[in-house]
Design a protein around this ligand. Structure first.
Ligand SMILES: CC(C)(COP(=O)(O)OP(=O)(O)OC[C@H]1O[C@@H](n2cnc3c(N)ncnc32)[C@H](O)[C@@H]1OP(=O)(O)O)[C@@H](O)C(=O)NCCC(=O)NCCS
Length: 135
């Protein structure tokens, strides 16, 4: 899913080995959404002292617009809140307006444009959700 749904057109960096390291890592939370025995979505969040970073999120195309992505992000944010972490950051491909709209409706706002962020080839938008602000 990371290769086909997130990193398509780029070199594959979120390999099984890297995802397993996050599953085992003490500073990451990896969530899976399952339907009829199949993985339909997942989210990886990493927690630091002052912020959390949403590393990766994807939902299978056939399972989109059912609220799964929102549930995954809100669950991760709940974990951040429980740990007293006030801010979540993420980067999203600049040419992915659908995901940006998804994050906006969850309270994320653009804070930076990062040219060449992905392997020097593609720009990213950094987005941030201040968990202390309710909108
Ligand atoms: C972005 C993504 C995770 C959203 O997952 P999802 O489960 O379909 O999202 P939800 O059903 O929870 O959407 C909640 C709301 O977000 C908004 N939204 C979701 N996808 C959207 C899109 N493509 N365009 C505009 N708004 C969107 C809508 O307001 C939606 O509510 P609605 O369906 O009632 O209109 C999914 O499209 C995906 O996996 N995309 C490919 C990978 C990717 O871009 N990952 C994120 C960057 S790493």
């Amino acid at each position: 899913m990371s290769r086909d749904l997130v990193e398509h057109g780029l070199a594959w960096t979120w390999t099984p080995r890297r995802v397993i390291a996050h599953i085992r890592g003490r500073d990451s939370n990896v969530l899976g959404a399952w339907h009829e025995g199949r993985l339909v979505g997942f989210a990886i969040m990493q927690f630091y002292a002052e912020q959390a970073h949403l590393n990766l999120l994807a939902v299978q195309p056939a399972a989109r617009r059912l609220g799964i992505g929102q549930h995954l992000v809100e669950w991760q944010e709940e974990v951040a809140r429980a740990g007293g972490i006030p801010v979540v950051n993420l980067e999203v491909r600049a040419n992915n307006p659908g995901a940006q709209a998804f994050y906006r409706q969850l309270g994320y706002r653009q804070v930076k444009y990062l040219p060449g962020y992905y392997q020097g080839r593609e720009a990213a938008i950094r987005m941030r959700h201040d968990l202390r602000v309710s909108e």
